[in-house]
Ligand binder design. Sequence first.
Ligand code: A2P
Length: 274
Amino acid sequence: MTTPTPARPANTISAKPGPFTVETVLEVKHYTDRLFYFRITRPDAFRFRSGEFIMIGLPKEDGKPLLRAYSLASPFWDEALDFYSIKVADGPLTSRLQHIQPGDQLLLGKKPTGTLVLDALKPGKRLYMVSTGTGIAPFASLIRDPETYEKFDEVILTHTCRESDELVYGNELVEAVKSDELIGEFAREKLVHFTSTTRDDGPVKGRVTDMINSGELFERLGVPPLNPEVDRVMICGSEGLLKDTKQICLDRGFIEGSNAAPADFVVEKAFVAT
Ligand code: A2P
């Protein structure tokens, strides 16, 4: 539910020069009791590549910043910045961050970075974006970047969560991207969204890794199995997903890429914001 107006006076931060800027919360939407989205102002000088992450935070009682890494979930061309976060009841930052409202302020780092970027991949035909949970966030940025569609004929976003209500953010996002004026035409032609759940009985049940190994994923998508000649893979999610999907890639002859040496697949942990 979108929070329309703040129910209390906004929490402001006195600006001090340093490695952060002070930004204002524009929108907050709670998806489940574990997941929420927020949108903040973007400084004019803030530049990033789709798929990168940045430090976000709030000042502690002693005035020092309490920060966590967050993937930027908005495209580089957007006027504001989107984030998709977990809520951890006793997490030092998210226990507070989950209560932010429009008008509140927070700290934004100045140096975006990360490996889930198009520059870290060699050219290919089909791009897989494999995600679990909040690991979909960097892909929320990349599926709105025209370069993604310039570089690949087909873009397959897989998102696996424990339960169906955790898929809602991704479903809404893909729907919005496909009807977007700017990017919709490319997304309708090239973007495929594949979802599964592991702990409730949604339409497709199972871990994406199991479905890759059994071939079920490719049968359902109507594409050939993973092939390093033509496929590229980006992976973001839980530790287990990263480890297992990376192994799947290595077993099939894929080489891990980086900004310095682009190759066939890239991996980034979905930051467990606490
Ligand atoms: P599962 O329910 O079978 O553990 P989490 O909420 O713990 O971050 O998990 C998000 C999703 O990632 C869940 O659907 C979970 O499945 C799945 N997952 C966890 N570990 C792995 C793994 N090693 N490989 C593939 N998927 C995984």
